[in-house]
Design a protein around this ligand. Structure first.
Ligand code: 5GP
Ligand code: MN
Length: 322
């Protein structure tokens, strides 16, 4: 994919990522927009996202993001529109901007995406992150510390700081090039990945305290209801990292964490080590993701949701031991 070629005749370029944006989503959107602005200083390049956690304000351009729901984008369609880190169905209110654009581009690493939803597609399920794919599209002499900060954060977040199996030699080679721009990478990791606010730690503590082992200890599950979220005054932006912490429970292959986004509607996060393909499980309920990390939204009580999910998790665990 040649971004210069695709964008050369465009006057207005739009970029969006998935709803409830995470580090890879924010990093890839801002990294790409910084690159395109550098490449084409005269063109209008605008990022639209749902409100992201302010830990990402260390990325240049964060303050200029158009917040979906608060800012109504200009009426005229964009010449080129990018959907990053997901399919157009996960763009939320930006889906219409994507559909109305003259040329559409999809860059993603989710196996559940399929071939991609754009006129031009760069979808590679083997890539650690969308930031790694954007990195591959940026010429070496165009890299600078601002672009590197954005892309490094996304790669670090989606690999769990280079721990998950999606980390490949080329992921580390990309990270090496990015840190050679002089970015303060230990601080970026500390402040955007590990550091938690007091209430984030409290809600994490509640989730750990309420967690339960099921399936002979091979699966760990936990949930936080709306009432508890309101008590601690936390929102979905504060729930990042909880499922990974629960997954560290020794002996488990699979972790399920869910929090109530509306009455009897749960945002579900699934993680596994090696035996369960959680993308397959999430896709049964209209979600998606990767084999080791996936998610979906489900209705019902906590017990309904767990019962519906565990049938499919158990099926895979039993299939493996048969
Ligand atoms: P998380 O559990 O951290 O929200 O998401 C884990 C992975 O699954 C991420 O790559 C995320 O983009 C993907 N994912 C989470 N929820 C959904 C969903 O509802 N639909 C799809 N297609 N992917 C999801
Ligand atoms: Mn991602």
């Amino acid at each position: 994919m040649n971004l210069k070629e695709i964008c050369k005749d465009a006057e207005r370029i739009g970029i969006s990522g998935h709803i409830r944006p995470d580090g890879d989503c924010v990093g890839s959107c801002l990294g790409l927009s910084l690159y395109l602005k550098k490449l084409f200083p005269k063109k209008e390049v605008k990022v639209f996202l749902e409100e992201a956690a302010d830990i990402f304000s260390c990325i240049k351009g964060f303050d200029e993001i158009g917040i979906l729901g608060q800012e109504t984008p200009a009426e005229a369609p964009f010449d080129v529109y990018f959907a990053l880190d997901g399919n157009k169905g996960r763009l939320g209110a930006a889906e219409k901007l994507f559909e109305d654009a003259k040329i559409t581009v999809n860059i993603d690493h989710h196996v559940s995406n399929g071939p991609g939803c754009g006129d031009h597609n760069y979808v590679d399920p083997d890539a650690s992150s969308t930031c790694e794919l954007v990195y591959e599209l940026v010429e070496e002499d165009m890299l600078d510390a601002d672009i590197a900060t954005a892309l490094y954060i996304g790669i670090a977040h989606d690999t769990g700081v280079f721990r998950y199996s999606c980390t490949a030699p080329k992921t580390l080679q990309a990270a090496a090039k990015l840190i050679s721009t002089g970015i303060d990478f230990p601080r970026l990791i500390e402040e955007t990945f590990y550091e938690k606010t007091y209430v984030q730690n409290q809600i994490m503590g509640r989730a750990l305290l309420e967690s339960m082992l099921i399936m002979d200890g091979r699966c760990v599950v936990s949930y936080i209801d709306k009432k508890t979220m309101d008590f601690y005054q936390v929102t979905s932006k504060d729930m990042e990292g909880i499922v990974s912490q629960i997954k560290l429970t020794k002996g488990t292959d699979c972790a399920v964490f869910m929090y109530e986004i509306r009455t009897l509607e749960y945002k579900v996060s699934l993680r596994s080590s090696e035996k369960v393909d959680v993308a397959k499980v999430a896709q049964m309920f209209g979600g998606g993701g990767h084999a080791r990390a996936a998610g979906c939204t489900m209705n019902g009580t906590f017990h309904d949701v767990i019962n519906n999910l565990t049938v499919h998790i158990e099926e895979q665990l039993e299939g493996e031991s048969a």
